[in-house]
Design a protein around this ligand. Structure first.
Ligand code: SF4
Length: 340
């Protein structure tokens, strides 16, 4: 365990030290999983930026509010270390369906993403996917960097500037017009697969007039398929409501081409390593002792934040954990019945 994590563990809870030792995921800093993904099957996740460094601050973000909103691309981590960890995981005999660049913020902000993709491609046949908010896809550098990926999944949540600002709360340097133009352009030059994710929020963009606008925008984007998604894990803001599956089904016909609803089946989620069950037990043990934020749990158990949020989604859905907002931060605690 590195010193920073160790320090954070002690700050969170001394009792977590013991758990952290038990749960230490072999000390991987940038690679997590494989985790079961609704869209990608078994996915080996790679974190390319520190926690919540992003060009957006989406109201529905499962990681909480953005701590550093930026459009500055740079090398955030030691690229060699990232590649070594990926190599180590892959030579351990894991065979995920995808190596996925995603994690705790916007991966295209890492200016070494192109190098990382090409090195992964040299060392394995496992396809590489990039989950991106799409805000930087208009940049030629980003287009070039992502060109070797097999699959890119960008997001589009609004059909005009007003809702774009309301839902995604972008960096001031990003306008709706430029973002959309970049997305359209990228979809035409990218030679791999592109799936467009549209995130619908109850009472915000999941209304006919807004879905009409989204459908018009998506017609311009050359996507192999469109995936309609909604809130399934605790969001950054309490007012970000999920849309019922019937409503998602209803809106499916509004969009062109191949449209799918991302199904919810969290209770059956597992990983090839059986990590989910172990993780849930460790998280519950920690939350029985005191409420924690995602970052607190992540530091306390030495788990990637993205992995923690996935497991919290399951635990909240199963009624084992509840969330509460204290001083503008979201905390999680074990349900009373779990405390005994
Ligand atoms: S949902 Fe993605 S794009 Fe939006 S704030 Fe969170 S990490 Fe950034």
């Amino acid at each position: 365990m590195n010193r920073a994590v160790k320090h954070a563990v002690e700050k969170v809870n001394p009792a977590a030290n013991h758990l952290a030792e038990m749960m230490n995921n072999r000390g991987f800093e940038y690679v997590y999983g494989p985790v079961a993904s609704r869209r990608l099957g078994s996915s080996l996740g790679i974190d390319l930026v520190p926690f919540k460094i992003c060009s957006y601050d989406c109201v529905y973000c499962q990681l909480g509010r953005t701590t550093s909103k930026t459009v500055k691309r740079k090398v955030y981590f030691d690229t060699k270390k990232i590649l070594t960890e990926i190599q180590e995981k892959l030579t351990a005999g894991l065979a995920p369906n995808f190596v996925t660049l995603a994690g705790s913020g916007e991966p295209t902000l890492n200016s070494d993403i192109g190098e990382i993709i090409s090195q992964i491609k040299k060392s394995t046949d496992i396809p590489v996917a990039v989950l991106t908010n799409g805000s930087l896809l208009g940049l030629k550098d980003v287009q070039k960097d992502l060109s070797a990926a097999d699959l890119v999944i960008p997001s589009l949540d609004a059909g005009d500037e007003y809702l774009f600002n309301y839902i995604n709360r972008p960096h001031p340097g990003i306008s709706f017009k430029n973002m959309l133009q970049g997305l359209v352009e990228f979809s035409r030059v990218f030679e791999g697969k592109l799936w467009l994710e549209i995130f619908l929020l109850g009472g915000v963009n999941a209304i006919r007039s807004e879905v009409d606008k989204l459908a018009l925008c998506s017609e311009k984007i050359a996507a192999e398929k469109i995936q309609l998604n909604t809130v399934s894990r605790p969001p950054a803001e309490e007012f970000a409501y999920a849309v019922e599956t019937e409503r998602l089904n209803y809106f499916q016909d509004y969009f062109p081409g191949n449209v799918e609803i991302i199904s919810e089946n969290w209770t059956t989620e597992t990983t090839s390593a059986g990590l989910s069950q172990t993780s849930d037990t460790a998280i519950l043990e920690l939350l029985k002792r005191r409420p924690c934020t995602v970052q607190g749990i992540s530091a306390g158990l030495n788990m990637k934040a993205a992995q923690v949020t996935k497991r919290l989604g399951v635990l909240c859905q199963n009624g084992k954990v509840i969330q509460t907002r204290i001083n503008e931060q979201i905390f999680f605690e074990a349900e009373k019945s779990e405390q005994s």
